[in-house]
Design a protein around this ligand. Structure first.
Ligand SMILES: Nc1ncnc2c1ncn2[C@@H]1O[C@H](COP(=O)(O)OP(=O)(O)OP(=O)(O)O)[C@@H](O)[C@H]1O
Ligand SMILES: [Mg+2]
Length: 295
């Protein structure tokens, strides 16, 4: 399968949310990584036909998705960033309703619902009303509806928002397991959600692709540029002010400041292996407040 974005552009009044977005995706997991306002949801809403681009095209196996219409929409599963749900439905009735909307064969529906509920660990509350669910439970139900019918293209907008660390790992592993022979696109600003499962990472900055490569290639770009400075407490503030700081860790003997620098920042600085979080900060800046999970 191939999904091709060709110069997709969208503005909201004076704000250019997407600016000539072009990319070619094949089977595998793609992370759409960027801070708040980067344009991730705008791209996903255009891809799922919930929003119209100003210009540009999206092609699925060479055919414009607008031309394919329902023939494309029945191939996709979508978890929106803020899914609206029928709160008075039970979880299983909601999924049944979604199965009907998706045109899933009636004989398959029970099995589909059971599989999806098990995958997101909601089997035990299948008959409870959605209005009684916590935020994390609703989020998992949203993911369950997205995977019904095993869609070819799975589009997940912040799938782990509101989940606790254990659930995040479970959902991440589940997505990884079902991803074979699918195109999966995951929008997130949480690097740890995607660093071990994404084939490629699209770094989106103010509607423009800032980088697009495998996690290993991205790490290679900052190899030798991440340093630990071991300082006394009273020296730390000066170092923090004069470097691009990733993190500051205090212990009994002093302070370790992790910094990004093309050159060895001081004689006693030690080079450390880069992480994707480091690379995220080189692209998006350390000044930008990285939002907490679920914001
Ligand atoms: N309906 C709208 N009306 C006006 N501006 C909008 C609208 N939706 C999005 N924007 C603007 O478009 C830009 C991209 O927004 P978008 O929601 O696509 O970003 P995002 O990467 O999904 O951010 P987040 O991580 O917060 O979900 C932002 O500047 C945002 O303020
Ligand atoms: Mg968004």
């Amino acid at each position: 399968m191939q999904l091709k974005f060709d110069q997709v552009t969208k503005s909201y009044g004076p704000v250019r949310a997407l600016d000539g977005f072009s990319a070619e995706l094949t089977d595998g997991i793609y992370a759409l990584l960027g801070p708040n306002g980067a344009g991730k949801s705008t791209l996903m809403n255009i891809l799922t036909d919930n929003l119209k681009q100003d210009s540009g095209q999206i092609l699925f196996n060479g055919v414009d998705v607008r031309e394919l219409g329902v023939r494309f929409r029945e191939k996709i599963g979508f978890l929106p960033q803020h899914p609206g749900m029928y709160e008075h439905f039970s979880a299983s009735n909601f999924l049944r309703y979604m199965c009907v909307l998706k045109g899933i064969d009636r004989r398959q529906i029970d099995r589909e619902i059971e599989g999806a509920l098990t995958a997101v660990d909601l089997s035990e509350v299948a008959s409870r009303r959605i209005s009684t669910f916590s935020g994390g439970m609703k989020q998992r139900l949203g993911l369950a509806q997205a995977v019904l019918g095993s869609p070819d293209v799975l589009i997940l907008d912040e799938p782990t928002a509101g989940l606790d660390p254990k659930q995040r790992i479970e959902i991440r592993n589940y997505i990884s397991r079902i991803a074979s022979s699918k195109i999966v696109i995951i929008a997130t600003h949480v690097v740890s959600d995607i660093e071990y499962i994404a084939k490629s990472i699209i770094m989106l900055k103010k509607g423009v692709i800032a980088d697009f490569a495998s996690p290993a290639e991205l790490l290679g770009r900052i190899e030798g540029s991440v340093w630990n400075l071991h300082l006394k407490k009273e020296e730390a503030q000066d170092a923090i002010n004069s470097h691009c700081v990733v993190s500051v860790t205090k212990d009994d003997t002093g302070v370790t400041v992790r910094v990004l620098s093309d050159r060895q920042p001081s004689e006693d600085a030690t080079s450390v292996p880069p992480t994707l979080e480091d690379y995220y900060l080189t692209v998006f800046g350390t000044q930008e407040k990285t939002p907490k999970q679920g914001e």
